[in-house]
Design a protein. Structure first.
Lengths: 111, 115
């Protein structure tokens, strides 16, 4: 079963706008990760946030984690056309870093 | 470093044929994983390995076998391919630093079609 569920599933924005995606999960986690997948390519790791962290930044990315609500959000600020991709959240559900991935959130940034 | 590489990139099989997908990593990572990705879906774990000579089942292991004879290689085998195995297959690896597993590094994928 899919642990992470992203919301919304598809997002279309203008270049320069911010994009926000949410992810919910069902059970306790050690960490939550966000990955990006460009069309036809492998996944690229964006950011990892551990269960004892509430917010993390990496460049134009900001991730928050609310363990009480079992949810996370990914914010991309000042979006660019190159940010067009699918974004997946993944949780360390079973140990040994066996990740459970959500179905993905397709983001289209219009130049 | 080449990172994680997968061979082949594309393959078309007929039902009942067998094949082996090769994953190689040159980062000396301990853990390796095989996933499949179907349209509109996230990745689902097929098998994984926490070290040379060890393998374990993931979420969807049926119809697949794996081997990790060398630390840098992780092979995924389909003994008798079925159309339901048409998918894109991704390999990933991860280091273990101070006993903590971390980011997964993915290969570019193998697109498999079973007719």
């Amino acid at each position: 079963s899919q642990q992470g569920e992203e919301d919304p599933q598809a997002l279309s924005i203008q270049e320069g706008e911010n994009a926000t995606m949410n992810c919910s999960y069902k059970t306790s986690i050690n960490n939550l990760q966000w990955y990006r997948q460009n069309s036809g390519r492998g996944l690229v790791h964006l950011i990892l946030i551990r269960s004892n962290e509430r917010e993390k930044h990496s460049g134009r990315l900001r991730v928050t984690l609310d363990t009480s609500k079992k949810s996370s959000s990914l914010l991309i600020t000042a979006s660019r056309a190159a940010d067009t991709a699918s974004y997946f959240c993944a949780t360390d559900l079973y140990g040994n870093n066996r990740l459970a991935f959500g179905k993905g959130n397709q983001v289209v940034v219009i130049p | 470093n080449a990172g994680v590489t997968q061979t082949p990139k594309f393959r078309v099989l007929k039902t009942g044929q067998s094949m082996t997908l090769l994953c190689a990593q040159d980062m000396n990572h301990e853990y390796m994983y095989w996933y499949r990705q179907d349209p509109g879906m996230g990745l689902r774990l097929i098998h994984y390995s926490v070290g040379e000579g060890t393998t374990a089942k993931g979420e969807v292991p049926d119809g697949y076998n794996v081997s990790r004879l060398k630390k840098q290689n992780f092979l995924l085998g389909l003994e008798s391919a079925a159309p339901s195995q048409t998918s894109v297959y991704f390999c990933a690896s991860t280091p273990v630093t101070s006993g903590i597993v971390d980011t997964q590094y993915f290969g570019p994928g193998t697109r498999l079609t079973v007719l």
